[in-house]
Design a protein around this ligand. Structure first.
Ligand code: TYD
Length: 204
């Protein structure tokens, strides 16, 4: 069975981490080795980003600086992703370059930006209405009591959601938009179907 590079992406509060974990379990049950990772990473730049996102001064950081930080973090991450793929380990990545495209960049820059990065076998964009996402974000913070992250605002997420939905028309990548305003089980059924198809096609 072929090892795959799988990405789950989309706006904050869309439930991608839950689906990534379900997918990891599903693949591991089949005896497939999985490396579950995420961007921002736990690396030097990822930690810096995570810290900045929860500080008041986040609003004073210029767009160019965010692009620089997210890009450095993604670049550092490439090696780890490639090493795992080379060792025939399936990689599940929670957010990838598509977040930088949609949160920070304009459409005209998308094509050139992606050219330096490993192309995933499949990308799931989990799409939810903004109201649902905001509600989930609220619930998360009520539970965890963590500080709110800078981009988790209605205005930002409304714009970013539109950008995510544009990705399939702009990029020649295997992007699947998944209606995620449904139960976890129903969403996972769609993801599983796509993954099974991909695995079967790579076997033949
Ligand atoms: P993340 O830690 O994935 O948040 P969560 O796990 O809550 O979904 O991402 C942190 C924030 O950073 C999130 O609001 C999306 C944003 N982000 C960008 O703006 N650009 C990027 O390139 C990436 C990877 C994330």
């Amino acid at each position: 069975m072929k090892h795959l590079f799988i990405v789950l992406d989309g706006i904050d509060g869309n439930g991608k981490t839950t689906q990534a974990l379900l997918l990891q379990k599903y693949l591991e049950k089949k005896g497939i080795k999985v490396f579950h990772t995420s961007e921002p990473t736990e690396g030097q730049h990822g930690k810096m980003i995570d810290d900045l996102l929860r500080q008041k001064l986040a609003g004073r950081i210029k767009k160019e600086k965010w692009i620089e930080l997210f890009t450095q973090d993604s670049k550092e991450h490439q090696r780890k992703i490639q090493d795992n793929l080379n060792s025939e380990i399936t990689v599940i990545c929670d957010r990838y370059i598509y977040s930088t495209l949609t949160y920070q960049l304009e459409e005209k820059d998308w094509q050139s930006y992606i050219s330096g990065f490993i192309k995933p076998d499949i990308i799931f964009i989990l799409d939810v209405p903004i109201k649902i996402a905001i509600e989930r974000i609220k619930q998360k913070y009520n539970k965890t009591r963590e500080k709110k992250s800078y981009f988790e605002k209605q205005g930002v997420l409304t714009k970013v959601r539109k950008q995510f939905l544009k990705l399939p028309t702009f990029l020649d990548h295997n992007i699947k938009i998944i209606d995620s305003n449904r139960s976890e089980k129903e969403i996972f059924k769609d993801i599983k179907k796509e993954i099974d198809l991909l695995m079967n096609s790579s076997e033949s």
